[in-house]
Every structure is written in C-alpha cells, then in structure tokens.
Design a protein around this ligand. Structure first.
Ligand code: SF4
Length: 446
C-alpha cells in the first residue's frame, strides 16, 4: 500500500537541508508520494527507512529495461496520463513481427527491411527497435533457429512469443546473450513461464483477458519474485484494446494499483488485415499508452509517420528542442562566403541548414539563442530583434571569419531589417525567403 506524504515525512531526517533540491523535507515527501521525485535524491535515508519507503517511492508504472544488441531501451516508467501534465519519458518501442510460418526468404526480407529503416530527423536517428519472433506451428526447433537468425542478422531487441514454456526456453537459450523478452505467460502456464523468466532474469509478457484475471496473473508472478512484467490485455479489437490501455494507465497512476503498474504491449498486427488500418491503430497506441506496439510488417511509408508521431508525443512539451547557438559552417565557407542567421529551434535549424546544404552554396549560418522558439514566435516575443541579432553577430566571432558584410535574415523577420542595419553599421541586411524550401532559388538569384 502506498504511503501518504505525511507518512513519508515522518520517516525523513527533517533537517530541511535542501540537498534534494526541495525547500523542506515535507515538500520532498509530498513530491515523493506523488511520484514526482526519487528517494535517492535524499542522501540521509537509512537502509531501514529505504526499505519501508520502497513501495511509496517506486514509480507507479515500473520502468522495464529492454536490451538491443548495443543499446538498452526502457518502456514504462510514466507518471502522468497526459503529456502536458509533465512529459512522457520512455518512447513506445516499435516492433515488427516474424513467425515460424514464414519462409526463409520472407524472413530474410523482413530483417533486411528492419535494418534499413533508419531516418535522420532533427539530429536524431529514428528507427524501429524490436522484432517479435512468434511460434505458430509447434516447431520449437524452427522457433529457436528463427530467434537465432534475428540475433545474428540484426541489432533488434527480441521478444519471443509462444505459450509453450519449453519452446520459449529453447529459443531463449539460443539468444540468451541478447537478453530477449520472454512471452507469453498466461494463467495456464504462469508457473513454468514465471520460473523460466526468473531463472534467466528476463522481462516477461503476461496476457489475460479481463481486468480481474490480469490482476490475478501479475499478482501471482510478482509473488514469485518477478519484477519486470509487460502487460498484454489480450484484447484484439481497437475499441476494447484502447479502453484497456486507458484503464490500465489510470489504475496504475491514480490509485496506484500495483498489479497494473507495468508497461503494456499492443498488437495492431492481430487487429486487422488492412495494412493502413493497422498503421492507424498503431498510431492510437503510440499516443495512448503502448510501451511496445507490434506491426505485422514494417514498411517505410507506415513506419516513418509513426516514428514522427512518437517523436512528437515523447518530446517534453516544457522544453523546446534546441541546438547550441553559434556559427555553423555549411559547404566549407571561406572569408567571402555569405552569412545568414536564424533561430536555435531545432526544427528550424535542420530544415534551414538542409536547404543551404542542398544549394551547395558555402554559407556561414549564425544560430542565435531564442530559447528554442521558432522565427515568428521569437520575433513576436522580442527574442529575435534587430538588437538581439546584432548583439549575436558582434559576439559570435563571425566578423573574424568572414569579410562579407551582408547578412540574410529570415523572411518572417523582415520587420527587423531596419533596426538591424542601424545596430550593425557597415552591414547590408538582405531579407531571405519566408519558406526554407525557397532558399536554393533565392540563393541562385542572389
Ligand atoms: Fe530533507 Fe533529505 Fe531533502 Fe535534506 S535532502 S531536505 S533531509 S528530504
């Protein structure tokens, strides 16, 4: 049972030393009770008290580590229903499905496609992370061989999927170095699957239909000493599966119902035969609240928009994506190259710099600190004005690098040109295009 803030407060040192970044022990206790901070932030908690507070300080949804070949991802660990309340922390893993009924050629093709699905966006590498290996025809040998092939030919996180504990054991042994996720534990096989997951120290997918059955199953498995569970509610219609995701998240967060305090898996791959509908269903579960979303086929035209959706959902709404202000060299500029300026909103930078790069024109691109605001917003907020741009030009060191005394400003900030010319005597201000996509043509005419 979770403790209240006052109950936690009684166990703290009560020195109000502020080392936890809270003004008082009471404030820290209240934040801890609502899952907004971690017990480790207070260095004065004894082991005895730590044990007592373990329950209260545990995140309402357990973060579960999932191993890729050379990286570790986390699912779960969320603390809010809506991202604007705080943020969502651990992005949904996007998974593709391989089954033992597929031919070798089909499997090879899907693994090759998985390996190619990598996209650069705002300086990040966006990609699916997981392959689900599913046993569908009782062939345990092929199941293990398929898992091994995935481990050998990709860096994917691996989820082994069968309700036969012996088959799962064989496949898990074959890829044990890759620390696969095991599945699927049901009421019928919970003892054997639980024992296997515990023995191998691996996360376990648990599946039961109906909230009571699900709570019974996770309670049984945690009673066996398992901690890293992933919940499959078993529903395979959009409406019911969506409802399950919301119910599980709310029950885990609000009354802190521990049996549902685990990340979830959603399976659009088993909800429809229509690939586009499946992608739309996946989009629903990325928004609410799938820890893992499994697609029957990973294709660029469906995966890319899902990756972008995920990027947006899991970007902290309180912290704009920014890049470091400074001088960025594009296409090897020299002293006579042109100078342009824009804001440090990451999306603006990557789009604008991409257009300059594509134009092949050597450019000094000045990035001004606007606290991550875009051109129009920062201009409206007074953070991208004649005065601030001039100050940046004077301080950033461009005058030592470039002999040019012409600066291109974004078309949306045309209103600052007069002020900027006043603030930068000897400089000519040229108003660039409003849309980044018009930059190459603009540069040609220039
Ligand atoms: Fe209290 Fe510990 Fe925070 Fe100090 S660090 S104020 S003792 S909770």
């Amino acid at each position: 049972m979770a403790l209240t803030g006052i109950e936690i407060f009684k166990l703290l040192a009560k020195t109000n030393c502020k080392e936890c970044d809270f003004p008082t022990c009471l404030a820290f206790a209240m934040a801890l009770a609502s899952g907004k901070t971690e017990l480790d932030k207070c260095p004065y908690v004894s082991d005895e008290v730590r044990e007592k507070l373990a329950e209260a300080s545990a995140p309402p949804i357990r973060p579960v580590k999932i191993a890729m070949k050379e990286a570790v991802k986390t699912v779960g660990g969320e603390t809010v229903m809506f991202r604007h309340e705080k943020t969502f922390f651990n992005p949904t893993l996007i998974a593709g499905l391989l089954t033992t009924a597929m031919s070798d050629a089909e499997v090879d093709g899907k693994i090759a496609t998985f390996n190619k699905l990598q996209f650069e966006r705002v300086g990040l590498n966006l990609r699916p992370e997981m392959l689900v290996v599913k046993e569908v025809n009782g062939d345990a040998g092929r199941f293990a061989a398929l898992a091994k092939k995935v481990a050998d030919q990709s860096d994917a996180a691996i989820l082994l999927c069968s309700e036969k504990p012996e088959a799962v054991k064989g496949a898990a042994e074959a890829v044990k170095d890759r620390k696969p996720v095991l599945g699927v534990a049901t009421a019928a096989n919970a003892d054997a699957m639980g024992a296997l997951a515990k023995e191998m120290g691996l996360p376990l997918v648990t599946k039961a239909e109906g909230y009571d059955a699900l709570a019974d199953l996770t309670t049984k498995l945690t009673g066996m000493g398992l901690k890293d569970l992933i919940i499959d509610s078993g529903s395979r219609t959009l409406k019911q599966a969506f409802q399950d995701q919301v119910v599980l998240r709310r029950a885990a967060l609000v009354p802190k119902f521990r049996p549902f305090g685990f990340p979830t898996i959603a399976c659009p791959c088993e909800m429809t035969d229509d690939p586009l509908k499946e992608a739309l269903y996946a989009a629903v579960f990325i928004a609410k609240y799938g820890g893992i979303v499994v697609l029957s086929d990973l294709q660029p035209h469906t995966v890319f928009p899902l990756l972008l959706e995920r990027l947006n959902i899991y970007t902290d709404p309180q912290r704009p994506m920014i890049i470091t202000p400074g001088i960025y060299e594009i296409n090897n500029p020299g002293p006579d190259s042109i100078v342009a300026v824009t804001t440090n909103f990451a999306l603006t930078y990557f789009i604008v710099s991409g257009e300059f790069e594509g134009s092949k024109v050597p450019t000094w691109l000045l990035i001004q600190d606007t606290e991550g605001l875009s051109v129009m917003t920062s201009w409206a907020a007074g953070k991208f004005s004649g005065e601030t741009v001039a100050m940046h030009v004077k301080k950033c060191g461009i005058m030592d690098k470039a002999k040019t005394r012409t600066i291109i400003i974004p078309g949306y900030a045309a209103g600052i040109s007069g002020d900027l010319e006043e603030e930068l005597p000897g400089w000519k201000v040229v108003i660039g295009p409003r849309e980044a996509s018009h930059i190459p043509v603009f540069l040609k005419k220039l």
